[in-house]
Design a protein around this ligand. Structure first.
Ligand SMILES: O=C[C@H](O)[C@H](O)COP(=O)(O)O
Ligand SMILES: C=C(OP(=O)(O)O)C(=O)O
Length: 351
């Protein structure tokens, strides 16, 4: 008989079930309480008149756990200094969507060598999330593969669906079952409509194919996630954080009957992929808030210990410490200065 399936599958590697990984790396009661409180606080910031600002900041991707932990320690200390006006969540990004191909993140290729040891990647990701939570820092990540959440979502305080997947039904269904506040990015072409449709779809009950905690193929029936909002990240036509873009987004949200809650990603097409331009985007957002805007709830920045990025792939022992292997980032001192700038800019709101 002619073979008609698996013609292009070379190998199938079994993974531990989510239940097995959760048992191996359980969360503590303290971590569960912290995640619950952080999600609640972020929801307050995004969906109510709470005056505090959500700042999602951290590396474009985590590839070196020691550098990631050093970054997290510094960020946790900084977060405590500004907590009265700014809630900081760390970008703990383990899954990278690629325009064509490239390294797909720590979960997919933790050894950075193309061996794609996903079981190790899931284990490292889970352990790292626990470490960040133990520092008292809320965790933020992009959820890309629809199976990944079963392994790590219990440790995630805020999540994003990226520009390349906001239009995907699979991701909207997944979002409808997630327990944390979640931002849908506008499309890479700049389309706001796909993110608004995504928020509406994710708010509805959905039934979709996935795995249960034992790893068995299952139909997952969701309640709908009421805590989804838009993230403006610019698009191929240019940035979308200026007052006219914000006003247009507010109009479209209102027309769709959605809360006017917007987070601006200062990176990607909002900074023409030039990391050093992120501060100017953030300052433009702050200026709008100071001028009275009430729909801008927060911002995101890609930041690392050191500035820029480095070519990848390259031999692991030649990688520079604290430098991104995906998108370029601003360095620690610029990040620290920006956080204090946000805190100072918000002073009139709290006067
Ligand atoms: O934030 C990360 C990148 O912009 C995204 O993963 C796409 O990267 P690429 O265009 O280099 O593939
Ligand atoms: C991939 C990312 O962003 P976007 O989906 O906006 O390109 C990201 O924030 O890492």
């Amino acid at each position: 008989m002619q073979r008609t399936s698996d013609i292009n599958i070379i190998e199938t590697r079994a993974l531990p079930s989510p239940a097995a990984l959760l048992a191996e790396l359980p969360k503590t009661e303290t971590q569960a309480d912290f995640v619950t409180r952080a999600r609640h606080e972020i929801n307050q910031l995004i969906f109510t008149a709470d005056k505090r600002f959500l700042f999602v900041v951290g590396p474009c991707s985590i590839h070196d756990l020691d550098a990631g932990r050093e970054y997290a320690r510094r960020l946790a200390a900084l977060a405590r200094q500004v907590a009265d006006r700014v809630t900081i969540a760390m970008r703990v990004y383990f899954e990278k969507p690629r325009t064509t191909v490239g390294w797909k993140g720590l979960i997919m290729d933790p050894h950075l060598d193309g061996s794609h040891d996903i079981a190790a990647g899931l284990r490292l990701a889970r352990a790292f999330l626990r470490d960040v939570l133990d520092l008292g820092l809320p965790t933020a990540t992009e959820l890309l593969d629809p199976i990944t959440p079963q392994y790590i979502a219990d440790l995630v305080c805020w999540s994003a669906i990226g520009a390349r997947t906001t239009e995907s039904q699979t991701h909207r269904q997944m979002a409808s079952g997630l327990s944390m506040p979640l931002g849908f990015k506008n499309g890479t072409d700049g389309s706001i409509g796909s993110a608004i449709n995504a928020i509406r779809a994710a708010a509805q009950p959905q039934t979709f194919l996935g795995i249960n905690v034992e790893g068995a193929a299952s139909a997952l029936v969701t309640r709908g996630n009421p805590h989804c909002h838009i993230v403006l990240r610019g698009g191929s036509a240019g940035p979308n954080y200026a007052p006219e873009h914000i006003a247009r987004t507010e109009q479209l949200l209102a027309k769709a009957g959605l809360p006017k809650s917007i987070l601006v990603d200062c990176s990607h097409d909002n900074s023409a992929k030039q990391p050093e331009r992120q501060p100017e985007v953030l300052r433009a957002v702050l200026a709008q808030i100071v001028a009275g805007n009430t729909s801008l709830m927060g911002a995101m920045i890609e930041s690392n210990l050191a500035a820029g990025n480095q070519p990848f792939p390259q031999p692991k022992d030649q990688l520079r410490y604290g430098v991104s292997i995906t998108d370029g980032c601003i360095d620690w001192s610029a990040t620290e200065a920006l956080v204090h700038e946000i805190h100072a800019a918000l002073a009139p709101r709290f006067a």
